[in-house]
Design a protein around this ligand. Structure first.
Ligand SMILES: [Zn+2]
Length: 482
């Protein structure tokens, strides 16, 4: 039942609320304006990191550039955290809540490619390239963090904002070591994004992933004159690969297993006394993955036994599957819809159409789809993996995807490198920066968001969940790209 209130009293009651709303919308508009006004500066930072194209744990210039930007903006820097020279945490403000924005900046080996060019042309043969757009990822996160910091400073709002510079996302499990070092233990929520070919803020999961190098040692001998005296380490690799390839039929459907032979001998006329194969195994469920990985290790042991060689295993990486937070995704989605997609110039549209012709299959999304925001869907699981997953099992985490790649262009391709170094990459990055900044502002201003995110987080983890990385106490594999 609603009581009658005299009109004058109604006006008095509603005025502060109206004023508050107007102030909120002013603050949000100012936040977006701040990011937009520095578009060129952020485009330059993103292009510099794209040019550095540094692979996992070797991102010295990229990390230094981001740190310098944050220091200039008034953040306190702590670098070389978690025994990783290129990892850092930048902090502004104090007290609760503690909100973290995550930035990545590592490139991928072999994906060197000229920017915004629709023909495959490497800048450096076999050089590294930003085929996952992490140059945009780190810079978009930077843009969001600086805008929110300025709002915190001018509004006098309490709370701590952090930017986490997280190296070696691509197979190096950089964030896992940072989680293990306790760097996220007081964080209330994590906000981040990832480049892609669409604008979307759905709560998606990913596959858990264990990676390792299997090293076999045998006996060298003349391959023609004395093969009976040799024991081939390459035979062991091939025997192992054969067993694992047969195993594919007998693992759950969603499992992914891939390998490369990193060392296979030096000359055909010498029986190889050393060979190495580098494996990834992935599964949406960490416990099932543990079982699959054990069987892969058994195949390696069996191969060594059968070929008269010895085997040693170095586990180089291990990440969980992402624990999505539907509630936080809803908050992010609202902000992404407010920011919206973007249009291409005629030149950009032409480039997008041209580069799409170089894909193996015609894409099922059209040029122009980057103008839209995809509707939210739940329950989706990406087959790829990310070390963000280990953060997500420790802190409620939200991520969005922005259309930095031409529609249909997959990540980890030369086409993605071409997009990540060009103007459409920057346009997508700006969508992400603005959506993340608005979401971070929401988390600072309304404690209900963090409460609801935490309730869902606790329910999904369950009372018995105990986080334990499969990397145990190993030191960061700082040389995994060497
Ligand atoms: Zn990536």
């Amino acid at each position: 039942m609603r009581r009658y209130l005299p009109p004058v009293l109604l006006l008095v009651l509603s005025t502060p609320l109206v004023a508050q709303r107007a102030q909120d919308s002013d603050e949000r508009a100012a936040l977006l304006q701040r990011i937009e006004s520095r578009r060129e500066a952020y485009a330059t930072v993103a292009k510099q990191i794209w040019g550095f194209a540094e692979v996992g744990f070797q991102e010295h210039k990229s990390s230094a550039l981001l740190q310098q930007q944050l220091r200039t903006a008034g953040f306190q820097l702590k670098s070389g955290v978690a025994d990783i020279p290129t990892a850092f945490v930048a902090t502004f403000g104090s007290g609760k809540p503690v909100i973290a924005i995550i930035g990545e900046f590592d490139a991928l080996p072999g994906l060197s490619q000229e920017a915004q060019t629709a023909a495959h042309h490497a800048i450096e043969d076999n050089g590294a390239g930003h085929g996952c757009g992490h140059n945009l990822l780190g810079t978009g996160a930077l843009a969001a963090a600086i805008a929110v910091k300025e709002w915190l400073a001018s509004s006098g709002h309490s709370g701590t904002l952090r930017y986490y510079g997280t190296p070696a996302e691509e197979g190096g499990s950089g964030k896992v070591y940072m989680v293990r070092a306790g760097l996220f233990s007081d964080v209330d929520a994590v906000v981040t994004w990832h480049p892609g070919d669409r604008n979307e803020a759905s709560p998606t999961s990913s596959t858990a992933n264990i990676t390792g190098k299997f090293r076999f040692r045998g006996v060298a001998a003349h391959a023609a004159a004395a093969p009976d005296r040799g024991r081939s380490a390459l035979d062991a690799v091939e025997a192992m690969d054969n067993m694992v390839n047969m195993m594919r039929e007998h693992v759950p459907q969603e499992t992914r297993i891939h390998y490369i032979i990193t060392r296979g001998g030096a000359a055909p006329n010498v029986v190889p006394d050393f060979a190495e194969v580098y494996y990834y195994a992935r599964q949406p469920n960490m416990k099932i993955l543990d079982g699959v990985w054990e069987r892969i290790v058994n195949a390696a042991k069996g191969a060594a036994l059968g070929t008269g060689t010895t085997m040693e295993l170095e586990v180089t990486g291990a990440v969980y599957n992402v624990l999505p937070n539907d509630y936080l995704s809803g908050v992010m989605n609202k902000n992404l819809e407010r920011v919206g997609g973007f249009s291409y110039t005629p030149e950009e549209a032409k480039f997008a159409e041209e580069i799409r012709k170089t894909l193996t299959d015609p894409p099922d999304v059209a040029v122009g789809s980057q103008e839209q925001v995809r509707p939210m869907r739940s329950g989706a699981v990406n087959s790829s993996s990310t070390d963000l997953a280990d953060v997500s099992w420790n802190v409620p985490t939200v991520s969005l995807t922005a259309a930095t790649f031409a529609p249909g262009v997959p990540a980890h391709s030369w086409q993605a490198t071409a997009c990540a170094g060009g103007t459409i990459g920057v346009k997508g990055m700006m969508v992400a920066a603005k959506s993340m900044a608005l979401t971070t502002l929401d988390l600072f201003t309304d404690p209900v968001h963090i409460q609801k995110a935490k309730t869902e987080f606790d329910q999904k983890r369950g009372p018995d969940f105990k986080y334990a990385t499969r990397l145990a106490d190993r030191k960061p594999a700082l040389d995994y790209r060497k």
